[in-house]
Ligand binder design. Structure first.
Ligand SMILES: O=C[C@H](O)COP(=O)(O)O
Length: 217
């Protein structure tokens, strides 16, 4: 199975991608294990500090059965660095042709952030059919996604930014939503408070919501 097929299969079952933003590798690993225990096996580790790469490497080294990708990738060099560290997919806040072309050339699934019809169309022209929709709630939320989905009929979106258990059903009900991403599953008060059972519970809750609301809209 290719990584693209594996991702597609997992996101079909549990269309939720939790974000881990963590400087402490030990906490990053415990967070990833809690998410996995709760049923989420596709995890995005965001590169928002110098220590984040080590956290991602620790998760890859100390867990089994997860697909671990890198988020907040801003440059081609960073895309190369996360690939070298073992990242299996790449997420960017915006659309940068250079990164998209690099990842496509390496057969790495890449989800650049888009929020306008122009950005989605540029991603489409680059050959992408799956993109991130960011920042989802500020960029128009469900109504905007409905509008984009009506014209980009074979494009699928990963809304991220402002997604929570409360609005997850509305996003997942849309037929062209591939998955939702977000940090609501990894609250710092839980991860830094050592309450990984709470993280597991949030993951379970998201899986249950997804089971009820998937593509019902
Ligand atoms: O791309 C990542 C976003 O910053 C996640 O937003 P969130 O913290 O609202 O889930």
């Amino acid at each position: 199975m290719t990584i693209k097929e594996d991702l597609a299969a997992r996101l079909a079952v549990a269309p939720v991608v939790p974000l881990i933003a963590e400087d402490d590798p030990a906490i990053a690993v415990k967070t990833a294990k809690a998410l996995q225990a709760g049923g989420l096996t596709v995890i995005e580790v965001v590169m928002r500090s110098d220590a984040a790469l080590q956290g991602m490497e620790a998760i890859i080294a100390e867990t089994e059965g997860l697909i671990v990708g890198a988020g907040t990738v801003l440059t081609r060099e960073q895309a190369q660095a996360v690939q070298k560290a073992g990242s299996q997919f790449t997420v960017c806040p915006g659309l940068v042709d250079d990164i998209v072309e690099y990842c496509m050339g390496e057969d790495i699934p890449v989800y650049p952030g888009t929020m306008t019809a122009g950005e989605v169309q540029r991603a489409y022209a680059l050959g992408l059919r799956d993109v991130k929709f960011f920042p989802a709630t500020l960029a128009g939320g469900v109504p905007m996604l409905k509008a984009l989905g009506s014209v980009f009929r074979d494009m699928r979106f990963m809304p991220t930014g402002g997604v929570s258990a409360a609005n997850l059903p509305d996003f997942l009900a849309l037929p062209h939503v591939l998955a939702c991403g977000g940090s609501w599953l990894t609250p710092k008060e839980s991860t830094h408070g050592g309450d990984f059972a709470a993280v597991e519970q949030l993951a379970r809750e998201a899986v249950a919501i997804a089971g009820k609301s998937r593509n019902q809209g």
